[in-house]
Write a protein that binds this ligand. Structure first.
Ligand SMILES: [Fe+2]
Length: 241
């Protein structure tokens, strides 16, 4: 039985020994508490997901930072709806659920002043913030060996801010070089970001209709047009627009 503190320490130790530039700052440790994996993961629907209990506990702990957790839950739910609407295979759906659930986990290693400060970010702080997809990938890889579900999700997490026209970050990938689950998460993430409040942002929220229009206007530039089409169909079917 792994204790909460030991589990976090294991992560910190392993990140250090692997030589990666990923460390869970000590200040974050006190804020990490348990979260019900069951409500997040719907295990009845996905009985074959290969996470061991240590991996699950560690991920739960990492996600307890409330604003990251709630945003990720909503993005996971909408991503899964889009994926199902597109008829993706069950294996891809599993990767999609894991990646969407933890797509912003890399933010946990970024300083609070960068994430939650009220002032404009400096150029350097922007660069740090733009590393969160890559930090997320490394975190997933550190806790799980190659070939596992968590590891596959890490690759998708690293791509969730890439854009179809190559203007995204951190690598500037284009088109189908971006995995389909990442293209789906990008649309769900944008919709949630435009319509739901974040404790550290003061910007005005959009109505679902206005957000859907903005996303539609960027189909083919920022977002995969096929993904956007299915997203818009869901919005209409659910009478959100
Ligand atoms: Fe993100």
């Amino acid at each position: 039985m792994i204790t909460r503190q030991k589990s976090v320490d294991r992560f910190v130790d392993r990140s250090g020994s692997a030589g990666a530039a990923v460390q869970l700052p000590h200040a974050w440790k006190d804020k990490i508490t348990y979260f019900s994996w069951i409500t997040l993961y719907e295990p009845d629907k996905y009985p074959n997901i290969r996470l061991n209990s240590q991996e699950m506990k560690l991920l739960e702990q990492m996600m307890k930072i409330s604003n990251v957790e709630n945003h990720c839950k909503r993005v996971m739910a909408l991503s899964l709806k889009i994926g199902n609407h597109m008829g993706i295979e069950i294996e891809m759906a599993k990767t999609l659920v894991t990646a969407a659930s933890f797509h912003d986990v890399g933010k946990l290693v970024i300083l609070q002043s960068v994430l939650f400060g009220n002032k404009e970010l400096s150029e350097k702080e922007h660069l740090i913030n733009h590393m969160h997809p890559e930090y997320g990938r490394r975190m997933m890889h550190l806790i799980s060996p190659k070939g596992t579900e968590v590891c596959a999700a890490g690759e998708i997490i690293s791509q969730h801010h890439e854009k179809m026209d190559g203007s995204g970050y951190p690598r500037g990938l284009r088109g189908r070089d971006i995995g389909l689950p990442a293209r789906i998460i990008a649309v769900a993430d944008e919709f949630d970001g435009l319509t739901k409040p974040k404790p550290y942002q003061q910007k005005a929220l959009m109505s679902p209709e206005a957000a859907a229009k903005q996303i539609a206007a960027n189909a083919g530039k920022e977002f995969d047009p096929q993904v956007v089409r299915h997203f818009l169909e869901i919005m209409v079917e659910e009478r959100m627009v």
